[in-house]
Ligand binder design. Sequence first.
Ligand code: C5P
Length: 404
Amino acid sequence: MKNVLLIIGGGIAAFKSLLLVRELKKRGIGVRVILTQGGSQFVTPLSLQVLSEQTVLSDLWDLTAESEMGHIELSRSADLIVVAPATANMIAKAAHGLASGLASTTLLATDKRVMFAPAMNVRMYESEATQANIAILQERGAIIVGPDAGAMACGEYGDGRMTEPDPLADAVEAALRGETTLDGWRDPKPLAGRRAVVTAGPTREPIDPVRYLSNHSSGRQGYAIAQALSDLGAEVELITGPTALPLPLTTTNTEVETALEMQAAVANALPADIFVSVAAVADWRPAEAHAKKSAKPKDGPAPLALVENPDILHSVCISEERPALVIGFAAETHDVAERARAKRLRKGCDWIVANDVTGDVMGGTENEMLIVTDTQETRLPRQSKRAAARRLAREIAAHFEARS
Ligand code: C5P
């Protein structure tokens, strides 16, 4: 019989863990439970003891446990450790090696695979800190299941609900059979074997060694899309202008400054199956980049002759190596849908993702996307750029699935 050591963190989703224990037992899997102090605010040791048919371990209990069965022995007797619900706090502790209770000590000491089923408020889940912590755990081989999107106990809507007991039990069974790869829940990876090129950020067009022309793009949306495509199994090359963001860990990253450099890097990165042109490429560049800092004119306006930059998106669309799916972005301030439709045709791309950039979209953390294809227009709700990226990546995967 396979055995799971289930760590129940402190979150309202802990009630689902009762059903998870019952489901695993039904499937012939032994379950030993560590109930954290937080978890015990939501479910009782007695319920878990009845369902698991074993004594329940808790942080309060661990002193006696140390003498009877140490935390090392505890994980040794399990085939898989499952943390459900995995709170932001538990994920942070595991990522950084804190050992402040029986649960986190067990996670630090184990040599077994660990599965986390995150459950938390959407903003906590989307935070840079939690995302970085999850990436650290994934890098180390942890299996991350979920979270699902939906209405949350805190009244908000978004990613953060713990995966339901049934699919979670499926993921546990798959992991016990050794079937899952690093991020098991996303298997099979629908974009495996596909290559994607994503541009992101602004470009910077030098006037002289000190000054440049640029725009407010933060790169957030492009980076999130590159990451989301990579999460679905695509091999991703991210070509980015200068941003303040950390580069994603699972993509190949090419850093450029100017539109001309970006165009060369894109040409170099083809062929690909998917091209997503998120970069806010500067439309113009100074006709001449002065080698020395230019002097202030004594009187009158400073002369600044500009020449137009190449349209990278359009050049990809008409190139011989045109990817099967080319997606452009349209930042608009008015008549968003109409202008997006026109832009799709003018650029020659397959989809345009349009957003209204009045307000703080450009450089901000949230976005409201309108995806315009040749056959349909899909309006997504206002959500974090990460969540929007995951949705777009799923749409891309569905597009390829429908064609195969
Ligand atoms: O024409 P507009 O700049 O609004 O088009 C935006 C789309 O075109 C974006 O996908 C952007 O990445 C791309 N673009 C480009 N090269 C340019 C200008 C825009 O690839 N020089």
